[in-house]
Design a protein around this ligand. Structure first.
Ligand code: SF4
Ligand code: SF4
Length: 290
């Protein structure tokens, strides 16, 4: 049986300070960090013990995980496990990349978000170039504030041609809704921007969330996804597997990539293939010179 786990422990601090993010420049205490580390160790022991499953793990922290060695080591260990197919992480890519050498890179996936107010474009591009040189499949992305449109175009023109650049649509919290020109501009950078700029109807629809994809927190509480609070069980309970079953979505819409890619009717697994977690389309569909 295949199972994809989106892991989100209590880590919630970040070395960047994006103004729209509640975790920006949030420093956690030594005790809080120790708790995150312990929770991750328990989760890792669980993954290691589940040799009866084919597992993919996607770290989707509230804050930035890769500045901490325990996440770097966890990725390295996961990629070395025979029954783990993929180990991916969302990151601002501010970390060093020396730990990548300890990974089986063909199983590693990186979802890198560029924050132009906190990192120089040259440095972000250099990090992506390093990932390419190391053979790590990765996507790069930006939040689609209209004020970042020019920066997104500049980043597209500087990134390696084989690096997909996604743009996350700002559905709330933007002063003005997108004009058709804004949408056309971001779509030139990211042909899948219209997909992300849609709240996909999901109520009653089949979704892999809760069946072959779950979200897990530091306590082991499993939910079908990050967007539906109701727990379905706890992965550390001996009878947990019985909780994995088809569950039509109970929300009206699903508007976030890490959720809607698992909505069956959108068939986005065909677009992304094995790059679905780190958000890399199976075949290049972008124009590197947008
Ligand atoms: S890099 Fe990510 S987690 Fe950190 S402040 Fe910015 S949006 Fe928040
Ligand atoms: S469609 Fe979205 S909100 Fe509904 S179960 Fe799937 S991931 Fe969760």
């Amino acid at each position: 049986m295949k199972l994809t786990v989106l892991y989100r422990g209590p880590l919630s601090g970040c070395n960047f300070g994006c103004e729209y993010c509640p975790f920006g420049k949030w420093k956690q205490s030594e005790e809080e960090l120790a708790k995150d580390r312990e929770d991750l160790a328990r989760f890792m022991a669980w993954v290691e013990s589940r040799t009866d499953l084919r597992i993919s793990v996607f770290f989707t922290p509230w804050g930035e995980a890769l500045i901490w060695p325990w996440y770097q080591e966890a990725l390295a260990r996961l990629t070395q496990l025979e029954h783990v197919d993929r180990a991916a992480v969302q990151t601002n890519l501010s970390c060093t990349l020396d730990w990548v050498e300890r990974c089986k890179v063909e199983k590693l996936g990186i979802w890198a978000t560029y924050h132009p107010e906190w990192m120089k474009r040259r440095r972000f591009v250099a990090q992506c170039e390093k990932l390419s040189a190391l053979g790590v499949r990765h996507s790069a992305g930006m939040v689609g504030f209209v004020r970042f449109a020019e920066e997104a175009e500049a980043l597209r023109s500087e990134l390696p041609a084989d690096t997909y650049l996604w743009v996350n649509a700002v559905k709330d919290g933007q002063e003005e809704p997108y004009t058709p020109e804004d949408i056309a501009r971001f779509t030139r950078v990211d042909p899948l921007f219209p997909v992300n700029n849609t709240r996909h109807p999901s109520l009653g629809r089949a979704c892999r969330g809760g069946e072959s994809v779950i979200s897990v927190d530091g306590e082991g509480t499993a939910r079908r996804c990050h967007f539906i609070d109701e727990p379905i069980g706890n992965i550390y309970a001996p009878d947990f597997d019985a909780a994995l079953k088809p569950r039509p979505c109970s929300k009206a819409v699903c508007g976030c990539h890490i959720g809607y890619v698992h909505l069956e009717y959108l068939e986005l697994d065909r677009v992304f293939g094995s790059g679905i977690l780190e958000r890399v389309p199976a075949t290049p569909l972008w124009n590197a010179r947008a």
